[in-house]
Design a protein around this ligand. Sequence first.
Ligand code: SF4
Length: 327
Amino acid sequence: MTKQRVLSGMQPSGLLHLGNLLGALDNWRRLQDQYECYYFIADWHALTTNYADTSKLRDYVREMVIDWLAAGLDPEKAVLFRQSLVPEHAVLHVLLSMSTPLPWLERVPTYKEKMDQIKDRDMNTYGFLGYPVLQAADILIYKANFVPVGIDQLPHLELTREICRRFDQFYGEVFPEPQPLMTEYPKLPGTDGRKMSKSYNNCLYLSDTPEVIMKKVMAMVTDPARVRRQDPGNPDVCPLFTLDRIFAPKAWCDHVNVECRRAGIGCVDDKKELLKHLLAYLGPIQEKRRDLSAHPEKVAEIIAEGSRRARVIAARTLAEVNEAMKL
Ligand code: SF4
């Protein structure tokens, strides 16, 4: 039976952290066993916000792919490729942009939000406004059946579906409408208690050494009201306890849940126990990471081969598009 197709991408905008691992990569790894998966390095998308300084782009691409492979993405199961090595994405982007009404793009919630948030760069660019059209091209060029999304990305996918319907209405049915594969990611707190995010500088990176992870966890924020060891704490509001629940055994979490509330356990004890489990979890990933980092040529070869495979499918779809549009 032919497997249904899944498409997802990630911008190479820095090192990947534990939140990316639990949020996206673990999910991608599971999906690669059930679907025909296409996972791409969205390097053109990275340019929409970081167009002025591309000096680190290649390093980010290499490190991101190393993180992917270390986290268990398997080039034998999924097609791992780089967007800029498949120029058919750009051609379809141009063609879709012809029929996409401007107000559809202007009303995308993240467009206005990011315009307001990013103050250090001029975001009033054609590329940034057209980002969702490029995204639609990324998905439609593979005729993807499913796109893994969290609830906040649903409007983007809906726009792709609208662009797809409009194209099919003008030129005949070429693309299947991609469906959301709803994924609820655990929200991971960073070391300062806020959501783990590069922009907050509060991340545990997959590339951090065990020593760095130890240092970061030992300095991590806990229940802010628990100032001294003898103060009772509240695990319900403690960011470290969220990590306990993910990485430590249930018996330990149950123990902390009782003892913390009566000051029977200190935060240092809890952090040490968490570290034991967290480092054991990250150990094999970091070992694989070290191995891959020593062989960057292997990593480059995986992406070149994946991009070649992706191009075969993308070229086939583009030929159908050209035919439908009488080009
Ligand atoms: S003992 Fe654990 S759960 Fe309680 S406040 Fe400290 S770190 Fe948080």
